[in-house]
Ligand binder design. Structure first.
Ligand SMILES: [Zn+2]
Length: 433
């Protein structure tokens, strides 16, 4: 059941043909990025890029908005068609189109996207830049990459380069976009696969190569390069990703201030040192390496998923983005996330609606902490082919990170089950023979 919009609401057409980025625009982007980055120490290193000619596919990791400027600097003078999500088009769809962006909604299977990408390679002979993690890194480590990447690369048959940024997350972590820390940025653009490699390797082998090239861990990077973050607010916001207390196990009662993160249920406190390590002020330090704490939380959610008892439910405040011009205020609704996936039910304009996204078809979840466009609170975005629903939990606090873990773990479990079934069928067929 869709939303009963009035006639004036027109859905944005994401399958529009991308425009060629004119030379002047490529140059303006380059000069603009140079100017913006003039006072921010950064370095762009290029490996295996000699003779690497467009069209090619560029895969970039994603920490913060600054990635776009660095990508423009790294790829110059090539025209680039960026795959961007609809919220990036918010209030400026024409500009995004002129820049040659390809519009997509997050974590949906979009056949039009492949068509647009192929058009860029075949007709425009440009560089297509994709951020396959599809969102800012929550904890400074590689996120789940879509399985379909290898197949897509095979289908396009173009060379693949990988751009890995370091420092951008440490500079402006996703959980605290309000304050920047002084950190030097370092980006590496590597020519990963030639067109011949792409022809020769299987989709799985390509996925494996991309996964390896995409490895990054910002806290390791910080320690290895002795990057000292001396700002007195360095831990502020960290509780948004470290939402569960490893001492008393309570969820969503963590908080942070200054250099400390603490549990409001049991009172335990940890200090974040200048090299990004955590130390308990009293008693055992459960996790000194921040991503370990994060992965421990994921393991707790995985357990609930595997036991089949995972369930989340709350009243949510919903805003939708059918077109890129404005958010529509849909008001209160009920959001349920359980073993079947997401279900959003509500009423708008005198008609009931129900949006369901099955867990099997959603490998990740778009979450926002203190989302800038609407109201400064955490939300999740549930997208369909032609609409996006930004849901703000009303009674539950600090839950969106858990929802994103659950989305990923449900997807992994169902994928494993499907593979097992396939294997069983194959074995049964063999026996019959
Ligand atoms: Zn606690």
């Amino acid at each position: 059941m869709k939303i009963n919009y009035s006639r004036r609401v027109k859905h944005y057409n994401t399958s529009k043909k991308p425009l060629r980025q004119i030379k002047l625009f490529t140059w303006i982007l380059y000069v603009g990025s140079k100017m913006i980055m003039a006072f921010q120490p950064h370095k762009i290193e290029k490996i295996n890029m000699e003779g690497f000619e467009r069209p090619y596919l560029l895969l970039s990791n994603h920490h913060y908005f600054v990635d776009f400027y660095l990508n423009a600097l790294a790829t110059y003078p090539n025209p680039v068609n960026n795959v961007a999500t609809i919220d990036g088009y918010y209030r400026r769809p024409f500009l995004m189109e002129w820049l040659g962006c390809i519009c997509k909604r997050k974590f949906t299977t979009d056949l039009g996207l492949i068509r647009s990408i192929r058009y860029c390679f075949d007709e425009l002979k440009s560089v297509v830049c994709i951020y396959p993690e599809a969102r800012y890194t929550p904890i400074g480590t590689t996120a789940i990459l879509p399985e379909s990447l290898g197949k897509m690369v095979k289908m396009c048959g173009v060379p693949v380069a990988v751009l890995i940024h370091h420092g951008n997350y440490l500079h402006t972590p996703f959980w605290d976009h309000d304050h920047a820390r002084k950190v030097k940025l370092h980006s590496t653009l590597t020519g990963l696969l030639t067109a011949e490699d792409v022809k020769r390797l299987s989709a799985e082998e390509i996925n494996e190569k991309i996964r390896k090239a995409f490895y990054y861990n910002e806290y390791e990077w910080q320690k290895n390069n002795n990057i000292r973050i001396t700002e007195s607010f360095r831990a502020q916001g960290l509780h948004k990703v470290l939402y569960q207390c490893p001492h008393c196990m309570t969820e969503s009662r963590m908080n942070s201030k200054g250099t400390e993160i603490f549990c409001e249920a049991c009172g335990k406190r940890w200090e974040m040192d200048e090299l990004g390590e955590l130390h308990a002020l009293e008693g055992e330090t459960e996790f000194s390496h921040i991503p370990d704490w994060f992965e421990w939380e994921r393991a707790q959610v995985r357990k609930q998923v595997r036991e089949g008892i995972y369930h989340f439910e709350d009243e949510v405040d919903v805003y939708s983005l059918p077109a890129a011009w404005r958010f529509e205020k849909l008001g209160k609704a009920r959001l349920v996330h359980d073993m079947t996936g997401f279900t959003l039910t509500g009423e708008y304009n005198g008609a009931e609606y129900c949006i369901h996204r099955p867990a099997k078809g959603m490998y990740g979840l778009h979450v926002e902490y203190d989302y800038v466009y609407l109201k400064p609170a955490d939300c999740v975005d549930i997208s369909t082919d032609d609409d996006s629903f930004y849901c703000y939990p009303m009674t539950e606090n600090n839950v969106v990170t858990k929802l994103s873990f659950a989305t990923e773990e449900l997807f992994i479990m169902y994928k494993e089950q499907k593979q097992e079934e396939k294997l069983k069928k194959r074995q049964a067929l063999k026996k019959e023979e």
